[in-house]
Design a protein around this ligand. Structure first.
Ligand SMILES: Cc1cc2nc3c(=O)[nH]c(=O)nc-3n(C[C@H](O)[C@H](O)[C@H](O)COP(=O)(O)OP(=O)(O)OC[C@H]3O[C@@H](n4cnc5c(N)ncnc54)[C@H](O)[C@@H]3O)c2cc1C
Length: 325
């Protein structure tokens, strides 16, 4: 791992769990080094992040961004429920938002403001219990608001950006901005955002629901998901985007790939668009299975499936190849 100097913090070379105290621009969060990403992804795979920062609050996060070298690669992580981190880990700094910026509040009767670290399920429940409709679909998405904004996560025909009015972002200089929905190019599981800006919060505009059926609707949606999708296993949800007018799961099943495996990774027998870590799988095994499914579906149907999961990090160095500092 390459050591870097971050003002406000002792040189980050060894595993350490505290920031330094008094210097101006001092960081108050926890900087971990060589942090195993498997602890922070729902597939439970992923090698070490060189640096892994857990901020205390948004000002501390802004300070970190100001203090980091301009060329430092950054990877933002919410609940890691859509991330395949390779076994060689991440060169650069991971910023963890889960556990931070979790506030949710109601403004002007129909506007729900949620911090980027708030779990989607809590936003769904918050809307429903305040007599508002429109956010119920978020109930079964096991990520944060920041991850849902970055992915335009969706379910049951609804997408995150359908209900976004504005977002708050932060850039590399720690500068915060409020941006309107129209400043983003949004598509199916894609969002083109201003470069080098990350989400701090979202303003969702929901509909008044005098019938107050939200909690019942959420229960039904969750039941439906549990019937169709594997639960209680290590996965990243749907691995591939649905191709225009079809379903990735239907194509994978049609090609006879349910139950296909590489090592300890397998295609779910319940929902063919899910790949399961059965315990002890590596990121390389999962990635190999993704490529195998892609190739087999292309060969048999002519359709090239596009992964929905984000693949980040590096493959491990080949055995015997030593790192020379
Ligand atoms: C069982 C299961 C079911 C799922 N069902 C669905 C579903 O129905 N619909 C669906 O769309 N997805 C689904 N997913 C996938 C996943 O939950 C969503 O994509 C979710 O939005 C990811 O949120 P996260 O916080 O975990 O993001 P992460 O996985 O941590 O990150 C995903 C991407 O977002 C970026 N990111 C995270 N936070 C920020 C931020 N604050 N600012 C900028 N970028 C950021 C990351 O860098 C990364 O590129 C499912 C996953 C699982 C495991």
């Amino acid at each position: 791992m390459q050591a870097i100097h971050i003002p406000g913090m002792d040189d980050v070379t060894e595993p350490r769990r505290t920031g330094t105290g008094a210097a101006s621009g001092a960081l108050r969060g926890r900087m971990l080094t060589s942090e195993p990403m498997a602890k922070h992804t729902s597939w439970r795979v992923g090698g070490p992040a060189d640096r892994f920062y857990v901020a205390t609050d948004v000002e501390d996060l802004a300070q970190l961004l100001r203090n980091l070298p301009a060329q430092e690669p950054l990877v933002w992580v919410g609940l890691g429920s859509n991330l395949l981190v390779r076994d060689g880990g991440i060169r650069g700094t991971v910023i963890l938002l889960s556990g931070l910026l979790g506030e949710i509040e109601l403004r002007d009767e129909r506007e729900v403001i949620a911090g980027a670290g708030a779990p989607c399920a809590r936003v769904a429940r918050f809307g429903a219990t305040h007599g508002l409709a429109g956010a119920e679909f978020l109930a079964g998405i096991p990520g944060t608001v920041g991850g849902a904004l970055a992915m335009n996560a969706g379910a049951f025909g609804r997408e995150t950006w359908n209900i976004v009015e504005r977002v708050e972002t932060i850039d590399r200089h720690g500068t915060k901005r409020h941006r309107k929905r129209s400043e983003f190019r949004v598509g199916y599981r894609t969002v083109v955002a201003p470069a080098e800006e990350w989400y701090l919060a979202a303003e969702f505009l929901l509909q008044a629901d005098p019938s107050r059926q939200g909690p019942a609707r959420i229960r039904r949606l969750l039941e439906e998901r549990a019937e169709r999708q594997p639960t209680g296993v290590f996965s990243c949800g749907s691995v591939f985007r649905n191709p225009e007018g079809d379903y990735a799961g239907r194509l994978i099943e049609k090609c006879g790939l349910k139950g296909e495996r590489v090592g300890h990774a397998s295609v779910s027998t319940k929902h063919a668009n899910f790949i399961i870590n059965e315990g002890g799988a590596t990121a390389a095994e999962i990635e190999e299975l993704i490529l195998h499914v892609q190739d087999a579906v292309k060969a048999m149907t002519g359709v090239r499936l596009v992964p929905e999961v984000r693949i980040v990090g590096e493959a491990p160095r080949p055995r015997g190849e030593n790192h020379v500092a």
